[in-house]
Design a binder for this molecule. Structure first.
Ligand code: ZN
Length: 193
C-alpha cells in the first residue's frame, strides 16, 4: 500500500452551500434560472474531479512482470487533467515517464492510471511531478526514473497578459538519471523534446 490510505468522502451538501455563497459573492443570484441547478452540478462533478483523493496509486503499478534487457522504457504523451490548489482552476497537459528497469516492468496502461490518480486531486505541478516519480521509484524499484510534465494552467492563461498558451515544464528524476546526464538526453530524444 502507498502512504495515502485514508479514503476521503466528498461532502456534496457543503459544496452546494459554498457554491451558492460564491455565486452571491460575485454578484449573482442562486435562484436565477440558469444557475438554479449549478450548485448541484458542481457538487456532483467534484466527485469525479477529485476522485484521486485518498486513493492508493501504488496499486496500479504493483502488477509488474519480469523483463530481460536493461533498456530504458518510456511512456510518453499521457494526457492528464488536474486542479491547481492555489486558484482552484484546471491545469492540464502531458506526462512523459522514463525508467531503466531493474528486472521488472509494469503494464503500459498502469502508468497512465497512476498519473490519473495523482492528478485528480488539488495539486501544484511540481508536487504532481514528484509524486509520480516517487511512486514509480517505490513500487517498480528501477535503476532510475525520470518524469516530465508539460501543462497549461488556466490560472495563467485566463489572467494577465494573454500571449497564447504558455506551457510550464517540470522535471523530477532519481537514481541513474541523477548520475548520468547522457540518459537524460536519451530520454529527451525519445519523447521528442
Ligand atoms: Zn494556479
Amino acid at each position: 500500500m502507498g502512504k495515502d490510505t485514508i479514503i476521503r468522502e466528498i461532502d456534496e451538501e457543503k459544496i452546494k452551500k459554498a457554491v451558492c455563497l460564491f455565486l452571491e459573492g460575485i454578484g449573482e443570484e442562486c435562484e436565477r434560472e440558469g444557475l438554479i441547478e449549478t450548485p448541484d452540478r458542481v457538487a456532483h462533478m467534484c466527485g469525479e474531479l477529485f476522485s484521486g483523493m485518498g486513493k492508493d496509486a501504488d496499486q496500479y503499478l504493483m502488477k509488474t512482470f519480469s523483463a530481460g534487457g536493461g533498456g530504458m522504457v518510456v511512456e510518453k504523451d499521457i494526457r492528464f487533467y488536474s486542479v491547481c490548489e492555489h486558484h482552484l482552476l484546471p491545469f492540464f497537459g502531458y506526462a512523459h515517464i522514463g525508467y531503466v528497469p531493474c528486472g521488472k516492468v509494469t503494464g503500459l496502461s498502469k502508468l497512465a492510471r497512476c498519473v490519473d490518480t495523482y492528478a485528480r486531486r488539488l495539486q501544484i505541478q511540481e508536487n504532481l511531478t514528484n509524486e509520480i516519480m516517487e511512486g514509480v521509484d517505490r513500487v517498480i524499484k528501477p535503476k532510475g526514473v525520470i518524469v516530465m510534465l508539460e501543462a497549461e494552467h488556466m490560472c495563467m492563461s485566463m489572467r494577465g497578459v494573454k500571449e497564447g498558451s504558455v506551457k510550464t515544464v517540470t522535471l523530477a528524476k532519481s537514481g541513474c538519471f541523477d548520475k548520468d546526464p547522457s540518459l537524460v538526453q536519451e530520454f529527451y530524444q525519445m519523447v521528442g523534446r
